[in-house]
Ligand binder design. Structure first.
Ligand SMILES: Cc1cc2nc3c(=O)[nH]c(=O)nc-3n(C[C@H](O)[C@H](O)[C@H](O)COP(=O)(O)OP(=O)(O)OC[C@H]3O[C@@H](n4cnc5c(N)ncnc54)[C@H](O)[C@@H]3O)c2cc1C
Length: 326
Protein backbone atom coordinates (compact mmCIF):
# COMPACT_ATOMS: atom_id res chain seq x y z
CA UNK A 1 0.00 0.00 0.00
CA UNK A 2 2.99 2.32 0.51
CA UNK A 3 3.32 4.29 -2.69
CA UNK A 4 4.48 7.63 -1.32
CA UNK A 5 7.61 8.39 0.69
CA UNK A 6 7.13 11.22 3.20
CA UNK A 7 10.11 13.37 4.14
CA UNK A 8 9.44 13.39 7.88
CA UNK A 9 7.14 11.11 9.84
CA UNK A 10 6.26 12.09 13.39
CA UNK A 11 5.21 9.14 15.55
CA UNK A 12 2.84 10.25 18.33
CA UNK A 13 0.11 12.87 18.19
CA UNK A 14 0.50 14.32 21.69
CA UNK A 15 1.25 18.05 22.14
CA UNK A 16 4.91 17.66 21.21
CA UNK A 17 4.34 15.50 18.14
CA UNK A 18 1.60 17.88 16.95
CA UNK A 19 3.88 20.91 17.34
CA UNK A 20 6.74 19.07 15.56
CA UNK A 21 4.43 18.18 12.66
CA UNK A 22 3.37 21.84 12.40
CA UNK A 23 6.96 23.07 12.57
CA UNK A 24 8.05 20.62 9.87
CA UNK A 25 5.17 21.90 7.71
CA UNK A 26 6.32 25.46 8.35
CA UNK A 27 9.64 24.38 6.81
CA UNK A 28 7.74 23.02 3.77
CA UNK A 29 8.45 19.39 4.64
CA UNK A 30 6.13 16.67 3.40
CA UNK A 31 4.90 15.43 6.80
CA UNK A 32 3.10 12.36 8.06
CA UNK A 33 1.77 12.27 11.64
CA UNK A 34 0.79 8.91 13.13
CA UNK A 35 -1.21 8.50 16.37
CA UNK A 36 -2.27 5.23 17.97
CA UNK A 37 -5.44 6.56 19.64
CA UNK A 38 -8.57 7.61 17.75
CA UNK A 39 -7.86 11.29 18.52
CA UNK A 40 -4.82 13.54 18.57
CA UNK A 41 -4.11 15.01 21.99
CA UNK A 42 -1.80 12.81 24.06
CA UNK A 43 -1.82 13.30 27.82
CA UNK A 44 -3.49 16.76 27.99
CA UNK A 45 -6.26 15.72 25.61
CA UNK A 46 -6.98 12.40 27.28
CA UNK A 47 -5.70 12.38 30.84
CA UNK A 48 -6.46 15.92 31.98
CA UNK A 49 -8.63 17.88 29.51
CA UNK A 50 -10.22 19.95 32.29
CA UNK A 51 -7.00 20.68 34.23
CA UNK A 52 -5.70 24.23 33.96
CA UNK A 53 -2.05 24.57 32.96
CA UNK A 54 -0.14 27.62 34.15
CA UNK A 55 3.27 26.91 32.61
CA UNK A 56 2.67 27.25 28.87
CA UNK A 57 4.45 30.33 27.49
CA UNK A 58 2.02 33.00 26.29
CA UNK A 59 -0.98 31.53 28.11
CA UNK A 60 -1.48 32.77 31.70
CA UNK A 61 -3.79 29.77 32.03
CA UNK A 62 -5.19 27.25 29.59
CA UNK A 63 -7.04 23.94 29.99
CA UNK A 64 -5.60 20.72 28.56
CA UNK A 65 -8.56 20.54 26.18
CA UNK A 66 -8.13 24.11 24.87
CA UNK A 67 -4.38 23.67 24.42
CA UNK A 68 -5.04 20.59 22.27
CA UNK A 69 -7.74 22.44 20.31
CA UNK A 70 -5.23 25.23 19.55
CA UNK A 71 -2.56 22.71 18.57
CA UNK A 72 -5.03 20.95 16.24
CA UNK A 73 -5.74 24.27 14.52
CA UNK A 74 -2.01 24.96 14.25
CA UNK A 75 -0.98 21.52 13.00
CA UNK A 76 -3.57 21.39 10.22
CA UNK A 77 -2.44 24.75 8.75
CA UNK A 78 0.11 23.14 6.40
CA UNK A 79 -2.09 20.10 5.68
CA UNK A 80 0.13 17.28 6.87
CA UNK A 81 -1.12 13.73 6.33
CA UNK A 82 -2.55 12.60 9.67
CA UNK A 83 -3.53 9.04 10.51
CA UNK A 84 -5.11 8.30 13.88
CA UNK A 85 -5.90 4.80 15.21
CA UNK A 86 -2.50 3.86 13.78
CA UNK A 87 -0.04 2.25 16.14
CA UNK A 88 3.54 2.12 14.88
CA UNK A 89 4.90 -1.31 15.65
CA UNK A 90 8.28 -1.43 13.96
CA UNK A 91 10.77 0.79 12.19
CA UNK A 92 12.73 -0.96 9.46
CA UNK A 93 15.67 0.69 7.68
CA UNK A 94 15.42 0.76 3.88
CA UNK A 95 17.83 2.04 1.19
CA UNK A 96 15.87 5.33 1.05
CA UNK A 97 15.05 5.79 4.73
CA UNK A 98 12.62 3.82 6.85
CA UNK A 99 9.55 1.67 6.50
CA UNK A 100 7.10 1.96 9.40
CA UNK A 101 4.96 -1.09 10.06
CA UNK A 102 1.72 -0.02 11.71
CA UNK A 103 -1.64 -1.45 12.64
CA UNK A 104 -3.06 0.21 9.52
CA UNK A 105 -0.39 -0.68 6.97
CA UNK A 106 3.17 0.30 6.08
CA UNK A 107 4.41 3.85 5.52
CA UNK A 108 7.67 4.92 3.90
CA UNK A 109 9.61 7.91 5.17
CA UNK A 110 13.04 9.47 4.78
CA UNK A 111 13.37 10.57 8.42
CA UNK A 112 11.52 9.88 11.66
CA UNK A 113 10.76 11.99 14.73
CA UNK A 114 9.58 9.89 17.67
CA UNK A 115 7.21 11.71 20.05
CA UNK A 116 5.56 8.76 21.73
CA UNK A 117 5.55 10.17 25.28
CA UNK A 118 5.23 7.46 27.91
CA UNK A 119 4.02 5.06 25.22
CA UNK A 120 0.70 4.18 23.66
CA UNK A 121 -1.85 4.34 26.41
CA UNK A 122 -5.13 2.56 26.87
CA UNK A 123 -7.74 3.28 29.52
CA UNK A 124 -8.26 0.90 32.46
CA UNK A 125 -11.66 -0.62 31.79
CA UNK A 126 -14.68 -1.15 34.03
CA UNK A 127 -14.35 -4.36 36.03
CA UNK A 128 -17.91 -5.50 35.16
CA UNK A 129 -19.07 -7.03 31.91
CA UNK A 130 -21.31 -4.80 29.76
CA UNK A 131 -22.77 -4.74 26.27
CA UNK A 132 -19.87 -3.59 24.01
CA UNK A 133 -22.39 -1.58 21.96
CA UNK A 134 -22.58 0.88 24.90
CA UNK A 135 -18.88 1.77 24.62
CA UNK A 136 -18.11 5.17 23.08
CA UNK A 137 -21.80 6.01 23.46
CA UNK A 138 -23.31 5.68 26.93
CA UNK A 139 -20.01 4.46 28.41
CA UNK A 140 -16.98 6.63 27.66
CA UNK A 141 -13.33 6.38 28.61
CA UNK A 142 -12.34 9.65 26.92
CA UNK A 143 -13.95 13.06 27.13
CA UNK A 144 -12.92 15.26 24.23
CA UNK A 145 -15.74 17.75 24.39
CA UNK A 146 -17.35 18.73 27.68
CA UNK A 147 -20.06 20.64 25.79
CA UNK A 148 -21.37 17.31 24.45
CA UNK A 149 -22.53 16.61 28.05
CA UNK A 150 -24.69 19.74 28.25
CA UNK A 151 -27.99 19.09 30.07
CA UNK A 152 -27.25 15.38 30.45
CA UNK A 153 -27.28 13.23 33.58
CA UNK A 154 -23.69 12.08 33.92
CA UNK A 155 -22.06 9.55 36.26
CA UNK A 156 -18.29 9.55 36.66
CA UNK A 157 -16.39 6.54 38.01
CA UNK A 158 -13.07 7.24 39.73
CA UNK A 159 -11.54 9.05 42.68
CA UNK A 160 -8.35 10.68 41.38
CA UNK A 161 -7.48 14.20 40.27
CA UNK A 162 -8.73 13.68 36.78
CA UNK A 163 -12.16 12.27 37.84
CA UNK A 164 -12.58 15.24 40.21
CA UNK A 165 -11.54 17.69 37.46
CA UNK A 166 -14.14 16.17 35.11
CA UNK A 167 -16.83 16.36 37.82
CA UNK A 168 -16.05 20.01 38.62
CA UNK A 169 -15.86 21.00 34.96
CA UNK A 170 -19.16 19.27 34.18
CA UNK A 171 -21.06 20.57 37.22
CA UNK A 172 -22.10 23.86 35.51
CA UNK A 173 -22.74 22.14 32.14
CA UNK A 174 -24.51 18.83 32.86
CA UNK A 175 -28.00 18.49 34.31
CA UNK A 176 -26.64 16.31 37.12
CA UNK A 177 -23.22 14.89 37.96
CA UNK A 178 -22.67 11.79 40.11
CA UNK A 179 -19.19 10.79 41.24
CA UNK A 180 -18.73 7.13 42.21
CA UNK A 181 -15.65 6.10 44.20
CA UNK A 182 -14.84 2.95 46.14
CA UNK A 183 -13.28 4.86 49.05
CA UNK A 184 -14.63 7.65 51.23
CA UNK A 185 -11.45 9.66 50.65
CA UNK A 186 -10.69 11.13 47.24
CA UNK A 187 -7.10 11.06 45.93
CA UNK A 188 -7.23 14.56 44.49
CA UNK A 189 -5.53 17.82 45.40
CA UNK A 190 -6.88 19.11 48.72
CA UNK A 191 -8.12 22.31 47.07
CA UNK A 192 -10.00 20.31 44.39
CA UNK A 193 -11.59 18.05 47.00
CA UNK A 194 -12.76 21.13 48.90
CA UNK A 195 -14.27 22.55 45.70
CA UNK A 196 -15.93 19.19 45.09
CA UNK A 197 -17.53 19.21 48.52
CA UNK A 198 -18.90 22.70 47.89
CA UNK A 199 -20.20 21.77 44.41
CA UNK A 200 -23.55 20.26 43.39
CA UNK A 201 -21.79 17.00 42.41
CA UNK A 202 -23.50 14.05 44.14
CA UNK A 203 -20.86 11.82 45.73
CA UNK A 204 -21.48 8.07 46.02
CA UNK A 205 -18.86 6.62 48.38
CA UNK A 206 -17.76 3.97 49.21
CA UNK A 207 -19.47 2.31 46.25
CA UNK A 208 -18.43 -0.03 43.45
CA UNK A 209 -20.12 -0.40 40.09
CA UNK A 210 -21.83 -3.79 40.12
CA UNK A 211 -23.54 -3.75 36.70
CA UNK A 212 -24.26 -1.45 33.76
CA UNK A 213 -27.31 -2.13 31.63
CA UNK A 214 -28.91 -0.38 28.68
CA UNK A 215 -32.17 1.40 29.56
CA UNK A 216 -33.96 2.90 26.57
CA UNK A 217 -31.11 5.06 25.27
CA UNK A 218 -29.80 5.66 28.77
CA UNK A 219 -28.08 3.29 31.19
CA UNK A 220 -28.76 1.92 34.64
CA UNK A 221 -25.60 1.91 36.73
CA UNK A 222 -26.04 -0.49 39.65
CA UNK A 223 -23.98 0.46 42.70
CA UNK A 224 -22.98 -1.77 45.60
CA UNK A 225 -21.58 -0.53 48.90
CA UNK A 226 -17.99 -1.62 49.63
CA UNK A 227 -18.00 -3.89 52.74
CA UNK A 228 -21.71 -3.17 53.21
CA UNK A 229 -25.16 -4.16 51.97
CA UNK A 230 -26.44 -0.87 50.56
CA UNK A 231 -27.37 -0.85 46.89
CA UNK A 232 -28.49 1.89 44.53
CA UNK A 233 -29.17 2.37 40.84
CA UNK A 234 -28.38 5.52 38.90
CA UNK A 235 -30.28 6.06 35.67
CA UNK A 236 -28.05 8.37 33.59
CA UNK A 237 -27.27 9.38 30.01
CA UNK A 238 -23.52 8.76 30.29
CA UNK A 239 -21.03 6.92 32.42
CA UNK A 240 -17.53 8.40 32.18
CA UNK A 241 -14.95 5.94 33.44
CA UNK A 242 -11.80 7.50 34.81
CA UNK A 243 -9.74 4.68 36.31
CA UNK A 244 -6.52 5.95 34.75
CA UNK A 245 -4.49 4.69 31.84
CA UNK A 246 -1.97 1.94 31.32
CA UNK A 247 0.87 3.08 29.11
CA UNK A 248 2.88 0.66 27.11
CA UNK A 249 6.20 1.43 25.51
CA UNK A 250 7.77 -1.98 25.14
CA UNK A 251 7.67 -1.40 21.37
CA UNK A 252 10.56 1.05 21.83
CA UNK A 253 12.78 -1.90 22.78
CA UNK A 254 12.08 -3.51 19.41
CA UNK A 255 12.98 -0.39 17.43
CA UNK A 256 16.70 -0.93 18.10
CA UNK A 257 17.28 2.58 19.46
CA UNK A 258 19.57 3.18 22.45
CA UNK A 259 17.50 3.61 25.63
CA UNK A 260 18.13 4.48 29.24
CA UNK A 261 15.46 3.22 31.65
CA UNK A 262 12.84 2.99 28.87
CA UNK A 263 13.56 6.54 27.62
CA UNK A 264 15.29 7.25 24.31
CA UNK A 265 18.73 8.78 24.74
CA UNK A 266 19.31 11.78 22.50
CA UNK A 267 22.14 14.24 21.99
CA UNK A 268 21.79 18.04 21.88
CA UNK A 269 20.46 17.72 18.29
CA UNK A 270 17.66 15.39 19.46
CA UNK A 271 19.39 12.67 17.42
CA UNK A 272 18.96 9.06 18.57
CA UNK A 273 21.52 6.29 18.12
CA UNK A 274 20.17 5.66 14.57
CA UNK A 275 20.99 8.32 11.92
CA UNK A 276 17.76 9.77 10.51
CA UNK A 277 15.72 9.04 13.64
CA UNK A 278 15.17 11.91 16.09
CA UNK A 279 13.14 11.91 19.31
CA UNK A 280 11.47 14.57 21.47
CA UNK A 281 9.06 15.11 24.36
CA UNK A 282 8.37 12.75 27.25
CA UNK A 283 9.84 9.81 25.31
CA UNK A 284 13.42 11.04 25.66
CA UNK A 285 16.14 11.57 28.20
CA UNK A 286 19.25 13.76 28.34
CA UNK A 287 21.01 15.46 31.23
CA UNK A 288 18.59 17.99 32.69
CA UNK A 289 15.54 16.72 30.77
CA UNK A 290 12.21 17.98 32.16
CA UNK A 291 9.01 16.17 31.23
CA UNK A 292 7.12 19.38 30.53
CA UNK A 293 5.23 20.64 27.49
CA UNK A 294 7.38 23.79 27.42
CA UNK A 295 10.56 21.69 27.16
CA UNK A 296 9.08 19.50 24.42
CA UNK A 297 8.01 22.58 22.45
CA UNK A 298 11.68 23.63 22.49
CA UNK A 299 12.92 20.20 21.40
CA UNK A 300 10.59 19.98 18.37
CA UNK A 301 12.23 22.75 16.24
CA UNK A 302 15.68 21.33 16.98
CA UNK A 303 14.62 17.86 15.78
CA UNK A 304 12.90 19.22 12.64
CA UNK A 305 15.84 21.43 11.65
CA UNK A 306 18.31 18.60 12.26
CA UNK A 307 16.17 16.12 10.30
CA UNK A 308 16.02 18.54 7.35
CA UNK A 309 19.76 19.19 7.53
CA UNK A 310 20.28 15.40 7.56
CA UNK A 311 18.08 15.05 4.45
CA UNK A 312 19.37 18.16 2.63
CA UNK A 313 22.88 18.97 3.94
CA UNK A 314 23.38 21.78 1.42
CA UNK A 315 20.14 23.63 2.18
CA UNK A 316 20.25 26.45 4.72
CA UNK A 317 17.22 26.31 7.05
CA UNK A 318 15.45 29.61 7.70
CA UNK A 319 15.06 30.28 11.40
CA UNK A 320 12.20 32.73 11.84
CA UNK A 321 8.59 31.84 11.16
CA UNK A 322 7.85 35.10 9.32
CA UNK A 323 10.21 33.96 6.55
CA UNK A 324 8.21 30.75 6.22
CA UNK A 325 4.54 31.23 7.14
CA UNK A 326 2.10 31.48 4.28
C1 LIG B 1 -2.03 14.61 35.30
C2 LIG B 1 -0.92 15.30 34.54
C3 LIG B 1 -0.75 16.66 34.65
C4 LIG B 1 0.28 17.32 33.94
N1 LIG B 1 0.41 18.67 34.09
C5 LIG B 1 1.36 19.31 33.36
C6 LIG B 1 1.50 20.74 33.46
O1 LIG B 1 0.81 21.40 34.23
N2 LIG B 1 2.46 21.33 32.65
C7 LIG B 1 3.26 20.62 31.79
O2 LIG B 1 4.08 21.22 31.08
N3 LIG B 1 3.15 19.28 31.70
C8 LIG B 1 2.22 18.61 32.47
N4 LIG B 1 2.12 17.24 32.36
C9 LIG B 1 3.08 16.53 31.50
C10 LIG B 1 2.72 16.70 30.02
O3 LIG B 1 1.38 16.28 29.80
C11 LIG B 1 3.69 15.88 29.17
O4 LIG B 1 4.99 16.41 29.35
C12 LIG B 1 3.30 15.98 27.69
O5 LIG B 1 2.02 15.44 27.45
C13 LIG B 1 4.33 15.23 26.83
O6 LIG B 1 3.89 15.31 25.50
P1 LIG B 1 4.31 14.22 24.41
O7 LIG B 1 3.66 14.65 23.15
O8 LIG B 1 5.79 14.01 24.48
O9 LIG B 1 3.68 12.85 24.96
P2 LIG B 1 2.17 12.40 25.20
O10 LIG B 1 1.33 13.53 25.62
O11 LIG B 1 2.27 11.21 26.10
O12 LIG B 1 1.69 11.95 23.75
C14 LIG B 1 2.28 10.83 23.14
C15 LIG B 1 1.32 10.32 22.07
O13 LIG B 1 1.97 9.29 21.31
C16 LIG B 1 1.05 8.25 21.05
N5 LIG B 1 1.82 7.02 20.82
C17 LIG B 1 2.57 6.34 21.72
N6 LIG B 1 3.13 5.25 21.15
C18 LIG B 1 2.71 5.24 19.86
C19 LIG B 1 2.93 4.36 18.76
N7 LIG B 1 3.71 3.28 18.88
N8 LIG B 1 2.35 4.65 17.56
C20 LIG B 1 1.56 5.76 17.42
N9 LIG B 1 1.30 6.62 18.44
C21 LIG B 1 1.88 6.37 19.64
C22 LIG B 1 0.20 8.18 22.33
O14 LIG B 1 -1.06 7.56 22.10
C23 LIG B 1 0.05 9.68 22.67
O15 LIG B 1 -1.08 10.26 22.08
C24 LIG B 1 1.15 16.58 33.08
C25 LIG B 1 0.95 15.18 32.96
C26 LIG B 1 -0.06 14.54 33.68
C27 LIG B 1 -0.24 13.06 33.52
Amino acid sequence: MATHTHEITVIGGGPIGMFAAFYAGLHSADVLLLESLDELGGQPGNLYPAKILYDIGGYPNISGQTLIKQLKTQVTHFHPTIHTATNVQSIVQTPTGFSLETTSGNYETKAVIIATGGGAFTPRKLAVAYDPALENHQIQYFVQDLEAMRDLDVAIAGGGDSAIDWALALAPIAKSVHLIHRRNQFRGLESSVEKLKASPVVRHTPYLIDAVNAAEGRIDVALKEVRGDQQATLNVDKLLVNYGFVSENKQLRQWGIALEHNAITVDSKMATSIPGIYAIGDAITYPGKLKLIASGFGEAPIAVNEALTYLYPDRRQATHSTQLYH
